[in-house]
Design a protein around this ligand. Structure first.
Ligand code: BGC
Ligand code: BGC
Length: 860
């Protein structure tokens, strides 16, 4: 295999060398933690640079105007750009974010996606300067487990399940099938695979990861890239029925402190290299031409500003010939940047900004910055060259409009029998059998089978996040035409063999069954809403355990099928089950579960379980540990574990003590012990925009409020420059019970500088990221501002804070009913604590929580 560096034209080499030197200088200037590129192993990309392509790209580049070049650097979201806009601003790319869809309709049919792709394509190539061939835009989407945003598509198991199959050839077929479905709708680019090596599964994106093992991740990544893009060096590569892959999120997203989304990874450089890098090296060697930079930081510097890693390691040592795309407005998290303005990110090595709603201002600012020399001509040209190179390698300049493409418009590809068969095979192979006491599996399909549990007949639940919409938490079976729930799969298998099935979600029965299958697990979630504080599964709602215990006590053999995006501490559930299957997030083909549960109709034994844990299963409610050598401590079942189904286990009773401190057990805590409790986040918001606190300290984009973690407290200082708010929230919760039960919001605080203007404390009911087409149970569109007022429900806290003695700890208790007032609806609160003022205020908090035992009746 040829190495890119040794075969590329001299000019490209020189440009890389210059950039590397520039990068090093910049890194030093910004005082970022030093990376030593030399020990990073060199990577040989799949293909040498092709002289014809390079000449073509050089010729186009030479004839482009500055405006056209800057346009290529930007990707906008379809919710915030129209084809008319793209006609005017020739941006390099568009995406459909997790909640974006044609006309805002997340149930849009495939034909509408194709029509939209066509419109954007036409706008991008229309009315160019004529000096060079028109440059089509690239259209990307999160087809992270199949073309899963489109109803009727095949939804494959999430990566956590695919890693458990340990079947690279199968993963390659899945990539191929997913790409065919994406291409059928005229889209070019899939934001997958995620190659995160997750070391703390409290992270809400753990299911996007194949494994905690870097080498397993590398082999899966390589297979997925080959499946999506085709095999480099063959005519198939990026040809019909393939899409561009995006390997993400570079680098270290799976190793953040506490498993918190977008936080800092503090592993040392050698660890970064050995744990978090292999997936990228394998993907580049397999032909990856796009890498997505990550939200997380490394050693205190956000990845979008990590010149040494992006430029010196990725583009230097690894000879990566493609382009780096940023993540969704991630540039705004760099100190000194806003989402509208951030030359730092391009200068560090990001080639294309993902600027969903910020593209217009960003475009204007980039033009100014190139003219002023803040961004060098060399960096600009390097970024554009990389983007054009990939477009050329994909054949985008010759493919024509989406509607005319050979692989587009074949909507029968979506959810085709062939693709569903691949998905079902993957489901079957991803099931990991953890316990089979008494050898009760495989079950006899000729008897009477009771199917119970909240997850039994719920394709939305078994599909998880990034399905139809972003969080995947609005779906019902009707959103999956052609899909099969776990229950339907069991019914087909058992009835096909002449047996009987009763569906009974609460586990009650009239006629005693021969065996019971209880399906339960996590409800869907995605980015940061899925972060959790401990691994204890469902500490408050124990309905499923009661079902298991009741059936078990009645002497009925009980099989648990656990739907989850990660291993969780389920000792009580394991104790109450005879057999226990980790089913992960299997997707639309629930029939694959029954395939391994039942003996065949002819009495022969079932398909054996072949899934093996890609993640160690925790012995307590806290995550397993990894030592320097990668060895795991604290596992109940080690990575690699998995029964075949023919053995009988004699797993004894496990401890039901989750080994949590009282503070860790609290579920109504928002802030405690120096950190915001998962899944909540701290946001700072001012007139300019809002940002989420993912580092030690963060300023609101307009500079009006600065927040700093000073364990055990968090300190917020308002400058008096204008209105700004500190908010804790992130996931919608129903506070009506809190009103009924006279609960109070309890805040322990200390004032450092008294307020100079009114201060309000309140709730916020406008979720920042919501499905536009979300519906209430009665079918009416959901209004996310239903606290009652524009800002939500608030009370005036000025007096309390103005009177507080400076420097002394005080407690503020506000009955939740005070927020609800007469008119406010607190059924969907997504900001559980918000404090805002336009004046000066300096204040610290140690504890912010809802307390049931408040007993106070008066509103401040
Ligand atoms: C978008 C997602 C995106 C997320 C980022 C959502 O509104 O739909 O695509 O990943 O915001 O925070
Ligand atoms: C996520 C990415 C995703 C992007 C576009 C981001 O918030 O981190 O994984 O590809 O949004 O939806």
């Amino acid at each position: 295999m040829n190495c890119f560096r040794s075969s590329g034209p001299a000019r490209a080499l020189l440009a890389t060398a210059l950039l590397v030197a520039q990068g090093a200088a910049l890194a030093a200037e910004h005082g970022e933690t030093l990376i030593h590129p030399q020990p990073w192993p060199a990577v040989a990309p799949a293909l040498p640079l092709d002289a014809k392509t390079e000449t073509f790209v050089d010729n186009v580049l030479a004839k482009m105007t500055l405006e056209e070049k800057v346009g290529q650097l930007i990707q906008a979201d379809i919710s915030a750009i129209t084809p008319e806009d793209l006609h005017k601003y020739k941006l390099g790319s568009i995406l459909a974010g997790g909640n974006s869809a044609p006309d805002g309709d997340i149930h849009a049919a495939p034909a509408r996606w194709l029509a939209l792709a066509d419109e954007f394509y036409q706008a991008s190539v229309a009315d160019g300067t004529g000096a060079h061939p028109p440059i089509p835009e690239l259209f990307g989407i999160d087809a992270v487990h199949g073309h899963s945003r489109i109803p009727g598509a095949t939804v494959f198991p999430h990566n956590v399940g695919l890693g458990a199959t340990r079947d690279a050839a199968l993963i390659e077929r899945i990539g191929r099938a997913a790409a065919e479905e994406v291409a059928a709708t005229g889209l070019d680019w899939t934001f997958a695979p995620t190659v995160a090596v997750v070391r703390d599964v409290r992270w809400g994106r753990s299911y996007e990861s194949f494994s905690e093992d870097p080498l397993l991740v590398a082999s899966c990544a390589q297979a997925m890239v080959r499946g999506l893009q085709g095999v480099p060096g063959t005519r198939d590569f990026l040809g019909a029925g393939h899409t561009l892959a995006s390997v993400k999120h570079f680098i270290g997203d799976g190793g953040t402190v506490g498993g918190r989304d977008q936080f800092d990874n503090r592993i040392d450089e050698a660890g970064l290299r050995s744990v978090h890098a292999p997936g990228y090296e394998a993907a580049i060697a397999a032909g990856a031409l796009n890498i997505m930079a990550s939200y997380n930081g490394w050693q205190g510097t956000k990845m979008h500003a990590q010149t040494a890693l992006l430029t010196e390691v990725l583009k230097g040592r690894w000879n990566f010939p493609g382009f780096v795309v940023g993540d969704w407005n991630a540039q705004e998290e760099i100190p000194g940047c806003t989402k509208y303005n951030c030359p730092q990110s391009l200068n560090a090595g990001v080639d294309m900004y993902m600027a969903p709603d910020s593209w217009r201002q960003l475009y204007g600012n980039l033009l100014v910055q190139v003219r002023a020399g803040t961004i060098s001509q060399a960096r600009l040209d390097d970024a554009v060259r990389r983007i054009l190179r990939v477009k050329a390698m994909m054949g985008l300049f010759d493919k024509g409009p989406p509607r005319s493409r050979a692989d587009a418009g074949h909507f029968e590809q979506l959810g085709s029998a062939a693709h569903r068969a691949i998905a079902r095979e993957a489901v079957r192979k991803s099931m990991v059998l953890l316990k089979n006491n008494g050898g009760i599996l495989p079950l006899d399909p000729h008897g009477h089978i009771l199917v119970a549990g909240a997850g039994a007949d719920d394709i939305g639940m078994q599909s998880g996040g990034w399905t139809i919409d972003w969080q995947g938490d609005h779906n019902s079976n009707a959103d999956f035409p052609g899909g099969t729930s776990i229950y339907s799969g069991i019914k087909a298998a058992v009835e096909g063999a002449g047996g009987r099935v009763t569906l009974s979600p609460d586990g009650s029965f009239q006629e005693r069954p021969n065996a019971a299958i209880v399906v339960f697990g996590e409800s869907p979630y995605a980015e940061f809403e899925g972060d959790r504080e401990t691994l204890q599964f469902s500490p408050t709602d124990r309905t499923h355990v009661k079902i298991l215990q009741r059936l078990h006590a009645a002497g009925i053999p009980v099989v648990s099928v656990f739907i989850s995006g990660r291993p969780l501490w389920v000792n009580p559930e394991l104790n109450a089950s005879d057999a226990f299957v980790a089913a992960w997030l299997p997707g639309s083909e629930g029939g694959g579960v029954a395939d391994v549960l039942f003996r065949r109709a002819d009495g022969k034994s079932a398909t054996p379980f072949s899934g093996r844990l890609g993640f160690s299963w925790p012995a307590t409610a806290l995550p397993v540990g990894f030592d320097k050598s990668g060895a795991v401590t604290g596992a109940l079942f080690k990575r690699g574990y998995g029964l075949s189904g023919s053995e009988r286990t004699t797993l004894g009773r496990l401890s039901e003590d989750p080994k949590l401190s009282p503070a860790q057990r609290v579920t109504d805590t928002l802030f405690h012990a120096g950190h915001v409790t998962a899944p909540w986040s701290i946001y700072v918001v001012d007139d300019v925009a809002e940002v989420r606190l993912t580092m030690q300290s963060q300023q609101s984009p307009g500079g009006s409020v600065t927040v700093r973690l000073e364990p055990p407290a968090v300190r917020a200082a308002w400058s008096g420059n204008g209105p700004a708010e500190l908010r804790i929230g992130g996931r919608a919760t129903d506070l009506r019970a809190a009103v009924r039960e006279h609960a109070a919001l309890v805040v322990r605080y200390r004032v450092h500088a008294h307020p100079t203007q009114p201060v309000r404390v309140g709730l916020r009911c406008e979720g920042p990221y919501r499905a536009p087409a979300a519906k209430n149970a009665d079918g009416t569109p959901r209004d996310w501002r239903q606290c009652g007022t524009r800002n939500g429900a608030t009370i005036d806290a000025t007096r309390a804070l103005a009177r507080a003695p400076l420097g002394a700890w005080e407690t503020l208790e506000i009955p939740v009913k005070c927020f609800a007032g007469d008119s406010a609806d607190v059924s969907l609160v997504s900001g559980q604590f918000a404090l805002d003022t336009a004046g000066v205020l300096d204040i610290s908090f140690t504890d912010i929580k809802f307390s049931a035992a408040a007993g106070i009746a008066t509103c401040p």
